[in-house]
Write a protein that binds this ligand. Structure first.
Ligand SMILES: [Fe+2]
Ligand SMILES: [Fe+2]
Length: 505
């Protein structure tokens, strides 16, 4: 996987651009907020970077300082590192060239003026990654999103890595076989399993995979840890064996989620059971690794359902409703937010995972389902729900409390704590706990918030017949929330919802 260093002092722009890139391309983005912090990062990690996208005007070190460092590094170290550099600035090219002589005349460099459309940015990133040789692999034509499963083909253009691949002690045959598809598995998964039930590979580049563990061998944890130290986040399994591996892993995690060959209805039922089980553990033991493992099992199952239930209504029809708002609305948000993310082309599995994880955990401290139904805290909702001072305090604090619990969890997907912290914010800045406006809110939080708003409204208005809800009823809800949500960072999400439910604004 390619790694991009993205330097911009404006957090909101960084977040939006990062989401757009990660949602569309199979890359990892590291962010820096100034030229100084980018250079500091590059001093230690330059060999890991495949592309730099850099703003020009920043408080602590402009974009040219980063570009200069890159040039000096090449001159001093005489390394064959040609990291492409995209200057992504609101300044035009003439102004840039005055400050940065020689830029952008070098063939590896480019400039893109803000604002730009996403398509242009993506195609420039693809072009630059293909040209560069930061890690010497080249991205070729394999930059499209949804790279799982990936198609491995024999490389036609051998490349020259700047860092030799670390030898793996028990590595054997190179698995560069035409037409084999691979799926990735987080390397941490393997630390919970004693034996390998299938061949497990390390990805050398887009075209070549090297076997690390053969079927029925002991999964040597010291080797796995060594790979992790080397920066390997994912290992790979042949697509044909991947679901077998996932099923095996799920059985190890939670017996309730282990069944195979079950229909979606039974699967959703099990997910609901699993969600309740999580709440049971929470009440007794707090947010511990068992909760997270169970949630991960549910998420995998959830993603499988997302692929099969193409619309919200067939999902609802398969779900059994027992007026357990906390669990039921969590699953509904998980599913709707995944559908919406896919609709706006944020179908990256890590984004879907973040949304589902947030959905499963966001209200987990509530025992009173009515408290979870309260979206905003004001005089009316306090009176209507007869809330005591303690109730108000608990409701106000739950995003903060759950978010800080989630932060402590090792290996929790990034942004989950942020989404949970923000889930009661509102576009008119009347939400809680931070009263964040529609312009300042994290885009992934927007997506989650609007999904929960729709679910909450549907549940309130049509609770008795929610399983058989119609598209007209969803459109009524969209009509209702339109004045509030069709603004700021929420606009893109609202437009996605309108498309999803054929609603004309
Ligand atoms: Fe909620
Ligand atoms: Fe909540």
């Amino acid at each position: 996987m390619k790694t991009i260093l993205y330097v911009d002092d404006e957090r909101e722009i960084r977040e939006i651009v990062t989401l757009e890139i990660e949602g569309r391309l199979d890359v990892i983005i590291n962010e820096a907020e100034s030229g100084e912090s980018a250079i500091k990062y590059l001093k230690e990690h330059i060999s890991e970077i495949d592309l730099i996208i850099c703003d020009y005007d920043m408080p602590n070190g402009n974009g040219d300082s980063v570009y200069e460092y890159l040039t000096q590094f090449r001159n001093v170290e005489k390394e064959n590192i040609q990291i492409p550099f995209i200057l992504f600035s609101s300044r035009d090219l003439d102004e840039i060239q005055e400050s940065m002589p020689g830029f952008p005349n070098k063939k590896i460099d480019s400039h893109l003026q803000k604002p730009t459309n996403v398509k242009r940015l993506m195609s420039l990133i693809e072009e630059m990654l293909a040209k560069g040789s930061g890690t010497g692999t080249g991205i070729g034509t394999s930059t499209a999103r949804a790279k799982i499963p990936m198609k491995a083909t024999i490389s036609t253009q051998p490349t020259q890595p700047t860092q030799p691949t670390q030898p793996i002690t028990n590595a054997s045959a190179n698995a560069s076989i035409r037409d084999i598809k691979y799926c990735k598995i987080n390397i941490n998964r393997l630390l919970n399993i004693d034996n390998s039930i299938c061949d497990i590979f390390r990805k050398e580049n887009d075209d070549s995979y090297q076997i690390i563990f053969e079927t029925d061998t002991v999964l040597d944890s010291s080797l796995i840890l060594k790979l992790k130290e080397d920066g390997i986040e994912y290992l790979f399994i042949k697509e044909i064996e991947f679901s077998f591996f996932c099923d095996f892993y799920a059985r190890q995690l939670q017996s309730k989620l282990e069944s195979q060959d079950i229909n979606n209805e039974a699967r959703i039922d099990q997910e609901l059971d699993g969600t309740m089980f999580i709440a049971d553990i929470m009440v007794n033991l707090g947010l511990n690794p068992t909760v997270i493992k169970t949630a991960e099992s549910i998420l995998k199952s959830n993603l499988a359902i997302t692929k099969q239930c193409k619309d919200f209504f067939s999902f609802l029809q398969k779900m059994k409703f027992n007026k357990n708002y906390i669990y039921e609305h969590s699953l509904m948000i998980s599913y709707l937010s995944n559908l919406l993310a896919t609709e706006i082309s944020w179908s990256n599995s890590s984004i879907l995972q973040k949304l589902s994880m947030s959905a499963l955990l966001h209200d987990i401290v509530f025992e009173n389902k009515n408290h979870a139904k309260i979206m905003v805290l004001n005089k009316e909702t306090i009176a209507e729900n007869k809330l005591s001072k303690n109730d108000v305090a608990k409701i106000f604090k739950h995003p903060i409390d759950i978010s800080s619990m989630v932060k402590q969890i090792k290996n929790m997907p990034p942004d989950v704590d942020q989404i949970i912290l923000d889930h009661h914010e509102r576009p008119d800045a009347q939400g809680f706990p931070k009263q964040i406006s529609a312009e300042k809110i994290h885009p992934l939080s927007c997506l989650f918030i609007i999904s929960e708003e729709v679910v909450n409204q549907l549940y309130n208005d049509f609770e008795d017949n929610i399983q058989n809800i119609s598209i007209n009823q969803v459109q009524i809800v969209l009509e209702k929330i339109s004045p509030l949500y069709n603004i700021g960072n929420y606009q893109q999400m609202f437009a996605g919802l309108c498309k999803l439910f054929s609603y004309k604004k």
